[in-house]
Design a protein around this ligand. Structure first.
Ligand SMILES: [Zn+2]
Length: 501
């Protein structure tokens, strides 16, 4: 399905895109390091359970960011990792590996857990029409790169072997530590609840490499003995491998600013001496009925459960109705409103499709040209302001209202309908990723419709002939088959008419 949304790169369009950069806490004009190329990395899921609605918010938001950048003509290389090793239960240096813990509970190999939930994640994302990342590296597939980065940090005097097979980043050696989260080292230490490991020089130091305890399955040989990488290390190592030592955009959840992203910056910049990332983009969290979502709170909603109740596209639209940097409150009422909104957009696309069947071939109406230009400008203005998808959606709702009025009010030319159709699918479907027509209803050019129309007329004639010959079984079968591909027949005193469902 995803393939129908991919688009070829076009020349870079002049734009006024501004993005909110967490690093500078301000909106900045977007100027990539090597235009028209854009390197973008987003922290992917830790694959030890089914994805939940928080994941949907994050990856739908970054999907729209990638789609919009591509729409502007940027040649985006989008990298998103899969964490299958090293993410500990308390997010810091203590606790159990999340994947190993789940594997132990289910008595399977940790890689079975990682694989199972990776496929599950891809499946959920496909249903949400989230485009695949260009590169989706696994942490366990990049152990060599991670060991090399640790060696580089030790050689540069920014990391040390605690003597017990654990290697730590020496925070005191890196005065810029804390520049992303704005926290001082003292504040960070005060905020940690975990006990300091005996082989750490200072409590703020964090693990780059962990010694494998007895029974730990996911382990690899290293210069410091058998062990596994610290969670933060993979993102520095893999982003630099695929995007270079300095790149444009790093995205992730707001909850990962500290320690995860702070540590990524320290690891990368202390090793290379270069700025790691130009723009840091952080996505906000999902709450349920105003409450933080959590397994222990009993309000945890997986995507598979949510899809039982809601069309994935309704969920997608719901997410896009708020800004990616704002928290999103999940409730049945809010989803109900999103459902209504989605059917309004689909209704407009279908109305164009149906009107085009009998529309006159005449010159394009100037008011339609103006309306479309205005909608496209307003849409761009909203998106240029830090990917304001809510404003962009409001433009689409306005456009769909105008479309319905025009079609109901007078006869719009086939060319004008083509213009409206291209606008609503470019903006709603290609950029916002909302499926507005079922695949069988899509058409790239209205001229194709002429052929369809002739073909369907011919089929209707065949059905008429079958009925005349009292071959009702065949006539019904024809109607049924057309129905299956989304075409409804209506027998009227003026003859049989057809329309899309
Ligand atoms: Zn990460």
């Amino acid at each position: 399905m995803g393939a129908c949304f991919t688009r070829l790169n076009v020349a870079l369009k002049p734009n006024n895109l501004h993005v909110y950069n967490t690093l500078t806490r301000s909106k900045e004009r977007f100027e990539p390091l090597n235009p028209p190329h854009v390197g973008m990395y987003v922290c992917g899921p830790t694959v030890y359970g089914d994805a939940h609605i928080g994941h949907a918010k994050s990856y739908v938001s970054f999907d729209v960011i990638v789609r919009y950048l591509r729409h502007l003509g940027y040649n985006v290389r989008y990298v998103q990792n899969i964490t299958d090793v090293g993410h500990l239960t308390d997010d810091a240096d203590q606790g159990e590996d999340k994947v190993e813990k789940k594997a132990r509970a289910e008595q399977v190999h940790p890689m079975q857990i990682a694989q199972k939930f990776t496929w599950s994640y891809f499946e959920d994302m496909a249903r949400l029409a989230v485009l695949k990342a260009d590169i989706q590296p696994f942490a366990s597939g990049h152990i060599i790169e991670q060991i090399e980065l640790v060696k580089r940090l030790i050689a540069a005097g920014h990391a040390y072997d605690g003597g017990d097979g654990n290697v730590y980043f020496d925070v005191a050696s890196w005065p810029k530590y804390g520049k992303l989260s704005g926290r001082s080292v003292e504040e960070m230490i005060a905020g940690t609840r975990v006990e300091t490991a005996a082989d750490k020089r200072a409590p703020a130091d964090f693990a780059l490499w962990k010694r494998a305890e007895p029974g730990h399955i996911m382990q690899w040989p290293s210069p410091w003995g058998m062990g596994y990488p610290g969670w933060h290390l993979e993102c520095s190592a893999m982003s630099m491998k695929y995007l270079g030592e300095s790149f444009d955009i790093h995205g992730g959840g707001i909850e990962n600013q500290f320690p995860h992203h702070e540590d990524e910056i320290a690891q990368a910049e202390a090793a290379t001496g270069k700025p790691f990332v130009k723009y840091w983009l952080h996505n906000n969290m999902v709450t349920v009925g105003g409450q933080k979502m959590g397994k222990s709170l009993g309000n945890f909603i997986t995507l598979k459960d949510a899809f039982e109740k809601w069309d994935p596209m309704v969920l997608r639209l719901f997410i896009l109705q708020s800004h990616y940097r704002s928290p999103l409150d999940f409730s049945d009422e809010a989803l109900g409103a999103a459902k209504e909104g989605y059917s309004r957009l689909r209704g407009a696309a279908r109305a164009i499709r149906n009107a085009a069947v009998h529309a006159p071939d005449k010159e394009v109406e100037p008011n339609v040209v103006q309306l479309v230009a205005q909608a496209r400008n307003q849409f761009s203005e909203a998106m240029d302001d830090d990917f304001g998808s809510a404003g962009a959606l409001a433009v689409l709702f306005g456009l769909s209202r105008d479309i319905n009025q025009m079609i109901a009010g007078n006869i719009v030319s086939r060319t004008s309908l083509g213009l409206l159709y291209t606008a609503i699918t470019d903006l709603g479907q290609d950029i916002l990723g909302l499926r507005l027509l079922d695949e069988y209803q899509e058409y790239p050019h209205l001229s194709r419709l002429l052929h369809e129309e002739l073909l369907i007329k011919h089929i209707i004639e065949l059905r008429g002939a079958a009925r005349e010959a009292k071959n009702f079984a065949q006539a019904d079968a024809i109607r049924q088959r057309l129905d299956e591909i989304g075409i409804l027949l209506e027998d009227t005193p003026q003859g049989t008419k057809w329309r899309f469902k």
